[in-house]
Design a protein around this ligand. Structure first.
Ligand SMILES: [Zn+2]
Length: 55
């Protein structure tokens, strides 16, 4: 049974499935993808870096 909760400014379906982790940069982030090890900011930065180094 899915119940929605308002958390951190947005609705989450299941707060038990929400894992808040601490990024190496000091930011807290919510794991939205399996294997995600960094906050969205660092993930975006890494993706930008990867594009730069790839081409
Ligand atoms: Zn980070």
């Amino acid at each position: 049974m899915a119940k929605s909760f308002f958390k951190d400014g947005k609705w989450v379906d299941d707060p038990r499935a929400t894992v808040v982790s601490l990024c190496r940069c000091g930011n807290k982030y919510i794991k939205t993808r399996a294997g995600q090890a960094r906050c969205l900011r660092c993930v975006a930065a890494a993706a930008r870096e990867a594009r730069h180094t790839a081409s």
